[in-house]
Design a protein. Sequence first.
Length: 147
Amino acid sequence: MSESEIRCPCICNGKYPAPALTVDGIVAYREGIVLVRRGKKPFKGKLALPGGFVECGETVEEAVAREVREETGLKVRPVELVGVYSDPERDPRGHVVSVCFKCEVVGGELRAGSDAADVKVVDPSDLTPDDLAFDHYDMLRDAGIVR
């Protein structure tokens, strides 16, 4: 099926509103993890895991690889599901569910792109919950990267 043929019909015909679906990637790189500085609201200026909205016609695995590449320049493949984060209050824009993966770098060069104002490699032991946007610290904790 070509991209022009992919359609996202609302399977519920508007009867059952559904949350938006996003992905986040935990990428180990050099001596730390890759974080982006958000260039847009919400949490503009805060550090975050690379990620974003799943597009119609793609799997969550494809989405996390695309989002990490767009925001960081790194080509990755998801290697482990960390968790599904569905608290209706986790995102100030509305009910947004995120699927988080640990990812392995398979190519590319680290550079800021897409809606990321900056990209950096951070020692996770230097992070506190207040340093990160959304519930990304919880994701790192669930992945066994921070306490």
